[in-house]
Design a protein around this ligand. Structure first.
Ligand code: ZN
Length: 136
């Protein structure tokens, strides 16, 4: 398998509108999409920086993964997402090498991409996401 580039950096925030305001009006970046991903109980906002995106994540449920993360660790960097050609194959590949997975099979993420998470226990503390175009 090979990782192509950093697709996005996921950042957990308490208030999406306030965080968007910071990225737009302080850093001068442009939010190009806001999307709810009900599967993950989050509302997301995207900014493009070169070919890498910043993905802001606000929880839309008290029991959602982002709500739990903020409760435990506070706001901040939540995960790192790598672009791969084939998410399913890449997940399988690292699992065979002994990496613990959160997602055994790809699921649907924001922007219609296929995504799958590796467990931070196996990745030196970094919640790692593979993402790429869905395979038919
Ligand atoms: Zn992500």
């Amino acid at each position: 398998m090979s990782v192509n580039y950093i697709e996005h950096i996921g950042i957990a925030v308490k208030n999406l509108d306030e965080a968007i305001n910071y990225y737009e009006n302080i850093l001068g970046m442009k939010c190009y999409a806001v999307e709810e991903v009900t599967d993950q109980k989050v509302k997301t906002a995207f900014f493009m920086v070169g070919q890498t995106k910043i993905e802001l994540l606000e929880s839309i449920a008290d029991d959602g993964p982002i709500a739990k993360f903020i409760e435990k660790k506070g706001e901040g960097i939540h995960h790192l997402a790598f672009n791969v050609d084939d998410v399913a194959e890449s997940l399988k590949n690292v699992e065979e090498k002994g990496i613990q997975l959160i997602d055994k099979a790809p699921r649907k993420g924001a922007e219609g991409l296929s995504i799958g998470f590796l467990h931070p226990k196996s990745t030196y503390g970094v919640l790692t996401e593979f993402c790429g175009k869905p395979k038919e």
